[in-house]
Design a protein around this ligand. Sequence first.
Ligand code: NAD
Ligand code: UD1
Length: 332
Amino acid sequence: MKILVTGGTGYIGSHTCVELLNNGYEVVIVDNFSNSKPDVLDKIKEITSKDVIFYEGDVCDKELMNKIFDEQKIDAVIHFAGYKAVGESVKLPLMYYRNNLDSTITLCEVMSSHNVKKLVFSSSATVYGSPKNLPIKEDFPLSTTNPYGTTKLMIEGILKDLYISDNEWSIAVLRYFNPIGAHESGLIGENPNDIPNNLMPYIVKVATGELECLSVFGNDYDTKDGTGVRDYIHVVDLSKGHLKAIEKVNSSNGIDYYNLGTGNGYSVLEIVENFSKVNGVKVNYKITDRRPGDIAECYADPSYAKEKLDWAAEKGIEEMCRDAYRFVMRNK
Ligand code: NAD
Ligand code: UD1
């Protein structure tokens, strides 16, 4: 079975390609390297000893997408390609709407005209806005607080309308909680060039001495220790969820939504403590003001994914911290 992976050289995409290849799937990647590097392709090969077919280019480029579908007999698509930085989306909303919506619409048009109607889409827990209750279930009310989140919610709406218009589609919408960690080989992972916005990449850079001190955004939330609580999930567990989603879209029609999280919430200070302990390094931190737009607490009820996809996260917080650090140390 041949899977097209858009954004396949990115953080979650590259790990998912490894899982696909290790499980006997053929993989075609399209990526424009707007947020990844070509050497990831070599790393995927080094880990799996298997080749991928690669097209460099933009998913918004309809001519290119038609060429890919003409040349390859694609059975299903996993659509990761998109921009994902919340702060940047507030500054450059049109760029976010253009890329995230255009890539999805172009992809679906080309899939439809080639009669490929099995799709797994990367959504985000950000579509739950500020949840009133915890843990978060898939049928909770949806809302967003920034343009990035709104692109995800709009795409969920587009995919729903697409299915209503044509019941031959089979679509799995995966709402990720907070992916962290890296492949255990230390060959692929996440190491942003800029100053990171997200917690784990920031902690890693403080641990390596690239950054001086972590700012803990607020310790007066109504949580176990006053700092923000999130559902961190190992990127390899998350990637395995995509294989289960591919099996699902291959075996039934419809559109469905799945939380991919662990169900466990960790506070910022718990993450710092675990990271320091597991890796034997000190992480300097100071308490600062809350970050505007942050919520106190967010964690999944992952039972629907367990029931319908037979998927559950397996890796604990120690592995997440160890693997995140190993990747950056190995690639410094
Ligand atoms: P990433 O930036 O590492 O990967 C995205 C990849 O898509 C990159 O390699 C980039 O070069 C490519 N890309 C972007 N626009 C493209 C386009 N128009 N054409 C071709 N390639 C394009 O991001 P990631 O963390 O791997 O996230 C993957 C998906 O999961 C994204 O849609 C993101 O919004 C979603 N998501 C990520 C997180 C997270 O915390 N990482 C959380 C929830 C949802
Ligand atoms: C952020 C995005 C969310 C996106 C997710 C994954 C915001 C407001 N939300 O979620 O839309 O889906 O990333 O990409 O940006 N923290 C610190 N210091 C730091 C960084 C973070 O204390 O330097 C805290 C935050 O306040 C939060 C926790 O760490 O409590 C996790 O933050 P982060 O990794 O940015 O993820 P989210 O805010 O959950």
